[in-house]
Design a binder for this molecule. Structure first.
Ligand code: 4AD
Ligand code: MG
Length: 431
């Protein structure tokens, strides 16, 4: 096939004749002039046909085009200061690939279920496209952040013999004659990797059979899990605030057009600079009680609590030192106060909730053995994990960032279902 020019690169072809592969996004006509809104995935450009200056075949082909018809278009790229991209195309030829009939997603308003059933087509709209571009930039800058700081990317397994974050939300499957579970978190394996490579991070899908139908929960979501040997809780918090500020900065620098398409208030993102505010779990409980919430020390926060606490700040908030009893078995107790652990959740501003959960890990083999008993965990299933404390244990810390919640926050979306191409939610496995 001959080389096509892509819309994203028309600036290099000003004044030249080009050929492009496109879909018709929309069109307008004034009788003597037709305006075609063309898209090719890389961007949008307006194609202009003046009846008196176009061949009858080309004029008629343009008239036939329907929404989402596919075509090859030839024309001359013209600078046009009034167009958002700065360019227009004077159309000289149209080769229709397919005329689309009854395209279901029209410019009128559709309900979310209607759109989710047609997610494979919904992705073509400017807003959904912008989200996927921002998501890709977030992924790219996450990898760049860790790669530039001496972390090695390590891939933990997805099929596991046991659980990491509690046993209630596990997806069960058969592994030949054995039972297996889809991973909820790669953390325990990343601890092994940190003992081999020092600083590591994973980036992969995780699965939680959570019966939660909220705007923050997916069944399948992507997590970034750094794990760092010889790094304590305090140092880990500093990595987290640098990390999140870095990602936001990159999106601001590279995705302005997409943030504009999404109508995102960028001033809110520009405020995201470290250090991030911190409050302890104790302070959080006291604040909530003062504000009239019914919550007692020892209870976990729900989404409304997180939103209320974060509302006082214009940047992400760390809530530190949760009660040992409500956190995972592997978290290291505060040496001065063993009823709380050296952990923190990072709560995004503007009501987006927890985006990071992290902690220093228990490095003492005896304490870990005690926790295994309390949590009734199988020593046999986790022998390999206990080995890490037997053969050269060291202080270490890590955390997990939920990609989709981060994308929802940065894009300003009110639901995580739009942050991933094909969301898996409580009642949706199609398309
Ligand atoms: O707080 P979580 O459960 O932490 C862990 O899994 C640790 N093992 C991470 C670690 O220390 N290596 O999950 C981490 C993050 C949450 O803060 C949230 O952003 C996201 O994962 N998350 C979800 N995102 C979408 N849908 C769900 N059902 C999620 N559950 C957690
Ligand atoms: Mg958590």
């Amino acid at each position: 096939m001959e080389e096509l020019t892509v819309i994203a690169a028309v600036a290099n072809a000003a004044g030249q004749q080009v050929r492009m592969g496109c879909w018709l996004h929309g069109k307008r006509s004034s009788g003597k002039i037709q305006f075609l809104q063309l898209r090719d995935g890389t961007g949008y450009i307006q194609g202009v046909l003046v009846k008196s200056e176009t061949t009858p075949e080309t004029w008629e082909a343009a008239q036939k085009l329907t929404q989402e018809s596919s075509l090859y278009v030839t024309g001359t790229v013209r600078e046009e200061p009034r167009s958002p991209s700065g360019y227009e195309l004077t159309v000289t030829g149209i080769e229709i690939i397919q005329l689309t009939e009854d395209y279901p997603i029209t410019p009128k308003e559709h309900g979310v279920d209607f759109l989710m059933d047609r997610r494979h087509l919904w992705l073509r709209t400017p807003k959904q496209r912008a989200v996927l571009i921002v998501r890709a930039e977030i992924i790219r800058s996450i990898q760049q952040f860790f790669d530039e700081r001496g972390f090695t990317l390590v891939d933990p397994p997805l099929l596991t013999p046991s659980s990491c974050e509690g046993t209630t939300n596990l997806f069960h499957t058969k592994y030949f004659d054995e039972d297996a579970y889809l991973t909820q978190s790669g953390q325990l394996y990343m601890e092994a990797a940190a003992m081999a490579l020092g600083k590591v991070y994973s980036f992969g899908p995780t699965f939680r059979a959570e019966k939660s139908k909220t705007r923050r929960h997916l069944i399948e979501f992507w997590m970034i899990e750094p794990e760092m040997a010889f790094v304590d809780h305090e140092q880990s918090l500093r990595v987290q605030e640098q990390f999140v500020s870095y990602v936001v900065d990159n999106v601001l620098a590279r995705c302005r057009p997409e943030l504009d398409t999404l109508g995102r208030n960028v001033a809110k993102l520009e405020a995201i600079k470290g250090p991030f505010p911190r409050i302890t779990y104790d302070e959080a409980i006291a604040t909530l009680q003062r504000e009239g919430h019914e919550i007692a020390w020892g209870e976990d926060f729900g989404a409304p609590h997180e939103t209320a606490l974060a509302a006082a700040y214009d940047r992400p908030l760390f809530i530190t030192n949760y009660p040992t009893a409500i956190k995972a078995f592997y978290m290291k107790p505060d040496p001065t106060r063993p009823e709380v652990v050296l952990c923190a959740d990072m709560i995004a501003p503007e009501g987006y909730g927890e985006i990071i959960g992290g902690s220093q890990r228990i490095d003492d083999p005896e304490l870990l053995a005690e926790r295994f008993e309390e949590h009734e965990l199988s020593v046999e299933a986790y022998q390999w994990y206990l080995d890490l404390r037997k053969y050269g244990t060291v202080p270490h810390s890590g955390f997990g960032l939920g990609l989709e919640r981060t994308v929802a926050w940065i894009c300003g979306l009110d639901h995580v279902r739009e942050t991933i191409p094909f969301p898996r939610t409580l009642y949706r496995l199609y398309p």
